[in-house]
Write a protein that binds this ligand. Structure first.
Ligand code: COS
Length: 357
């Protein structure tokens, strides 16, 4: 593994760092007040971040997966909420179409998502199934050239702001993935969740009340949905690990500036270890190699490090400045896109199978 970044990856890092510090930072007060930052998403689009890993043929920026992870990492050092908006839009809102969609679906959706004209979201979790994703209850009944989709989804990041929703429902042959659009009759957006952190990032419930989704919007075959969800969550988990790394680094820097000293040594070592795990998993995914185990390890460790670093920061600083925000933002990285318990299950399944990279 090469530990250095290429010249273009370094350029990306410097450009996103500049954007985060000079543009994204100015939206923090608005986001902390609970407003979704539509104008920031537009600026992210203007800076070609919304299609960062989408090939240029579909209107994207054409960067590699490592550059995408750099972008989330740098954004999240300044605003973890901005980081998750980009991560969900890309990893689980857009990539399922790119990886598993038909050419017609790619032509219809990817250019709009890559340009940032449209925002993407992902609907897997339900009121009675979170970690046990396979037990979801939303149904999809084939009716001619349509599926009638009925059920409820919970904790949909970007929900309400998003134009497209990758939704998982049980059809005759098993869990199936579909592309739904926000204006489809019967797709009802619920109230914003009141969250302890990540203010400004939208989280809603969504009800599918007899939503007619055309068969041409089915991703893959009936029954392929679970594997599509899992395969995309591998990449999504690296994105959330990068977000957690950003929070951990920001908390560490903050503590270092205000209370430098030997008590920071453990935090420094953990942040460095998290960085290595995050970039190792990104390197594997970028190379098209198996990365399920490494993605889960990166998420497990980076989220734990973010919570510990932000906690230490509050221990030293109280709720002064950004310390409190880091603390509030860090916790969910141990919960969403698979809890830490789920990451341990995924890692142990890999260990049991003796799977190599
Ligand atoms: N990529 C591709 N396929 C995968 C995969 C991956 N990363 N992980 C599993 N699969 C496949 C398996 O190969 C298996 O296929 P076969 O039936 O052909 O052998 C199938 O999916 C079922 O896998 P597995 O037996 O591991 O599934 P389980 O139901 O036992 O458990 C867990 C899977 C618990 C790991 C899964 O339900 C999970 O990740 N849950 C958390 C969901 C989550 O992250 N929710 C957050 C929502 S996004 S906000």
């Amino acid at each position: 593994m090469n530990f250095g970044l290429t010249a273009s990856q370094q350029q990306m890092r410097d450009a996103v760092r500049h954007f985060a510090e000079n543009v994204a930072a100015s939206f923090i007060p608005q986001m902390e007040a609970g407003e979704f930052p539509y104008a920031l998403v537009q600026k992210m689009a203007d800076h070609q971040l919304m299609g960062i890993i989408i090939p240029e043929t579909y209107g994207g920026t054409g960067c590699d997966f490592i550059s995408y992870i750099i972008a989330i990492h740098e954004l999240s050092k300044v605003s973890a909420a901005a980081g998750v908006i980009l991560s969900v839009h890309t990893s689980v809102g857009t990539i399922p179409i790119l990886s598993f969609g038909t050419e017609a679906q790619k032509q219809a959706y990817i250019p709009k998502l890559a340009s940032g004209e449209w925002l993407g979201a992902f609907c897997l979790t339900e009121p009675s199934s979170g970690s046990d994703a396979a037990s979801l209850k939303t149904s999809a009944h084939r009716d001619g050239n349509m599926y009638r989709v009925n059920g409820s989804k919970l904790f949909v990041t970007n929900g309400g702001a998003a134009d497209t929703y990758i939704v998982f429902a049980k059809a005759e042959q098993g869990i199936t993935a579909f592309i739904a659009e926000k204006n489809m009759p019967g797709l009802v957006i619920g109230k914003d969740e009141k969250k302890m952190g990540l203010h400004g990032s939208k989280t809603v419930s969504i009800t599918f009340d007899d939503v007619c989704i055309p068969v041409v919007n089915r991703i893959g075959e009936e029954g392929d949905g679970f594997k599509i969800a899992m395969a995309n969550l591998d990449g999504g988990r690296i994105g959330i690990a990068a977000q957690a790394l950003g929070i951990a680094e920001a908390a560490f820097q903050y503590a270092k500036e205000h209370h430098p000293g030997i008590q920071l040594a453990n935090m420094a070592a953990s942040v460095e270890a998290a960085r290595l795990l995050v970039y190792q998993s990104a390197f594997l995914r970028s190379a098209g190699r198996q990365c399920g185990k490494e993605a889960s390890m990166a998420k497990l460790f980076a989220s734990k490090t973010a919570v510990a670093a932000a906690g230490e920061c509050v221990q030293q600083m109280g709720r002064n400045g950004a310390a409190e925000r880091y603390f509030r933002d860090a916790k969910v990285t141990e919960i969403y896109e698979g809890t830490s318990e789920i990451q341990r299950i995924v890692i142990s399944k890999h260990l049991a199978r003796g799977m190599k990279r």
